[in-house]
Design a protein. Structure first.
Length: 219
């Protein structure tokens, strides 16, 4: 081969001319990647690479795929909300210990609904509504659209509103329980007394609904 600058005769593998110190650049060739499906301009641009004749052959790296996380922050918060709602219907909701020193008598929401259902059959549907809300919250915890989680929250809120709206039957049942405890008809329980008697059950259930509403805005 000959130097393109001074015309000196050189060996075939010479890179720098010893006479004029000119750098001999070989023509670059375009090498196709093995994964290129078609030989056209777009696939050459996407899959190929330029390679200088004096360098070694390069291999293309496999493209990295981003995998979506199965468990997200919204999923964890939704599961916590369902756990709080479940605990809320099982923990004590009304405490009658203030009316009798020697009797530890507490009722959770399930027991309250069972007993008040003898007065109003509507109360049989309230625990069922809570169970459906908990199941929906667990299912929707793994759905990628967080706003759907508002459905079980609204159902749980509806059950709470139903309880408050029919508080008269709870007061009637509570008066009967206290009358049996005290063996006296002189004690009358009103709405304020019942609200003061609410324990961890109502508070935990309310906390579960609030956490569920928060999960509606977190993916």
């Amino acid at each position: 081969m000959y130097c393109k600058s001074c015309g000196a005769q050189l060996a075939e593998d010479t890179i720098v001319c010893p006479v004029c110190n000119a750098v001999l650049e070989e023509e670059s060739t375009y090498v196709m990647g093995a994964e290129a499906p078609l030989y056209n301009s777009e696939t050459i641009r996407d899959y190929g690479f330029y390679q200088n004749g004096a360098t070694s052959v390069m291999t293309l790296e496999e493209p990295k795929t981003v995998r979506k996380k199965f468990i997200t922050a919204g999923t964890v918060i939704s599961i916590i909300a369902a756990a709080l709602m479940l605990a809320g219907i099982l923990l004590p909701a009304i405490d009658f210990r203030a009316f009798h020193e020697d009797v530890d008598l507490q009722y959770n929401i399930l027991k309250i609904c069972k007993n008040v259902a003898l007065i109003s059959s509507m109360w049989r549907a309230i625990p069922v509504g809570f169970y459906i809300a908990i199941a929906l919250m667990l299912i929707l915890a793994f759905v990628r659209v967080p706003i759907f989680r508002i459905i079980p929250c609204l159902l749980a809120i509806a059950m709470l509103v139903l309880m408050l709206a029919d508080m008269g039957n709870i007061i009637e049942w509570s008066n009967n329980v206290i009358s049996d405890l005290m063996k006296s008809d002189a004690i009358v329980v009103n709405f304020e007394t019942i609200v003061k008697g609410f324990m961890y059950g109502i508070y935990t259930l309310t906390a579960g609904v609030i956490v569920g509403l928060v999960s509606c805005f977190i993916k």
